[in-house]
Design a protein around this ligand. Structure first.
Ligand SMILES: N[C@@H](CCC[C@H](N)C(=O)O)C(=O)O
Length: 289
């Protein structure tokens, strides 16, 4: 990379991202480059990176170009690729709005987890149609410090293990990925949510994100938690014909999750652009040596 690369920094409920606009997919963002940019001490810092590319210009998104002009090429902070990022989609469209590519109202975004519908409200929040949750059968256990909990396996395009605990402090310092079993439940790793009740249809979580560590929020995680809590509470909109809404507190704010009778899940929350700048190419070249 020898040219100067523009970036922005943004967050959604404090799940923070380096944003790299690259409409024609001209920038070679290797895993090492992503990890260097997301490094909180030596780089810009972020839980992940949003590579903003026209769908038509990206081999993984070309087939979605007729439905969605823009592709969220999402990377975790360690440089790994993930299928979906719920908070990332909101911040992604906030960037597109700021850049004048879209305005308030409805649009679609291509992701590795499929095309997501998005509504940008006048008041500032963004609602994302997150699709349906898959609930693979089978017992899963997650553990921290020798203590284990049963967890619900929920797939929101990316994998989640949702464990209800008595106290969020029981998750410990979460400096390392919580072990899970059986290993076959998550061959590609997993995002782990620890959840407590706060009131009727109101929960709070802490999350250990695959490829990022403990973060202040996870949008797909909040959706997985809302579905797991609803099933635990005996609420299944496909059976009752009534939508269920859960308020999910995360360390960085609050997300509102509604599951419709057809299984479609909507997530509403804030999306903020914090700064913009230019990446020093010399710094990046050195970082990649
Ligand atoms: N923070 C995201 C999820 C990002 C991807 C995740 N770490 C994974 O590897 O699946 C969100 O808001 O959903």
């Amino acid at each position: 990379m020898s040219t100067r690369i523009a970036f922005l920094k943004g967050h959604g409920t404090q799940n923070d991202f380096v944003i790299v606009p690259d409409p024609e997919n001209a920038i070679d963002l290797s895993p090492a480059a992503v990890a260097a940019l997301c490094d909180r001490r030596a780089g810009i810092g972020g839980d992940g990176l949003l590579h903003v590319v026209r769908s038509a210009a990206h081999p993984e998104a070309r087939a979605m170009a007729a439905e969605a002009e823009w592709f969220m090429d999402y990377r975790n902070g360690d440089g790994s690729v993930a299928e979906m990022c719920g908070n990332g989609v909101r911040v992604f469209v906030r960037y597109l709005q700021r850049a004048g590519h879209v305005s308030e109202g409805d649009m679609a975004v291509a992701t590795r987890g499929g095309v997501k519908s998005v509504h940008i409200a006048k008041e500032g929040d963004v609602t994302v149609g997150m699709g349906r949750a898959l609930l693979p059968e089978g017992d899963v256990t997650v553990s921290v410090g020798g203590r284990g909990w049963p967890a619900r396996n929920v797939n929101m395009g990316n994998p989640h293990a949702v464990a209800f605990v008595d106290d969020l402090a029981h998750a410990g310092d979460l400096f390392v990925p919580p072990p899970f079993s059986p290993p076959s439940a998550y061959p590609d790793g997993v995002n782990v949510e620890f959840v407590v009740d706060r009131g009727p249809r109101h929960v709070a979580l802490r999350v250990y994100e695959r490829g990022a560590g403990e973060t202040r929020s996870c949008g797909t995680g909040a959706c997985a938690v809302a579905v797991a809590a609803a099933r635990r509470d005996g609420a299944d909109p496909s059976v009752t014909g009534t939508p269920t809404t859960y308020t999910v507190d995360v360390p960085g704010g609050t997300l509102v999750i509604t599951e419709q009778p057809d299984g479609e899940i909507e997530m509403t929350g804030p999306a903020v652009i914090v700064a913009e700048g230019v990446i020093e190419s010399e710094w990046l070249e050195n970082a990649l040596r």
